[in-house]
Write a protein that binds this ligand. Sequence first.
Ligand SMILES: [Cu+2]
Length: 181
Amino acid sequence: MINTLNSRPHRLPRRAALTFVLAAAALAASPAFAADSAPVQASNAWIRWLPAGLPAGGYMQLRNLSDKPVDLVGAASADYGNTMLHHTVKKGNTMEMLPVPRVTIPPHGTVAFQPGGYHIMLMQPKKAVQPGDQVPITLQFSGGSTLRVEFQVRKPDATGPGAAGGMNMHGMPGMGDGQTK
Ligand SMILES: [Cu+2]
């Protein structure tokens, strides 16, 4: 929806150029364009990768830095065709995943997305995502703000993001072939 702003106007008449600038300024002032201004901090972001293109779980901690509740209302990644917010709940003796429309982070509070609880369900991978990769996911919050977070892709038996602070694993021994980035 914002994509039209990416095409720069070339050789516009002066008047048209001025109109464009004013329009852009007005758009920038509207809340819908407050991208990356979410008052939320993400840490320990990782993905539990599963083979054969099976849905993968995205986990992290979200901290609300503001005085008001903030809702996570969605997530999107160019590497997956479908992403949903899920909550794992116990039903009798079985665990079941239910879609949730939002996850509220209380003022100055933290919500953990972790195995057995809240997670981002990542479906329909668009490329061969593998352990060791990093996958960018854009978190979408109430009010229209967003936050782009790099998720560390980990093996099925992983229980966390690995290296401290979710830093990348490049250069570590035993992490498989050709980490060149
Ligand atoms: Cu799920």
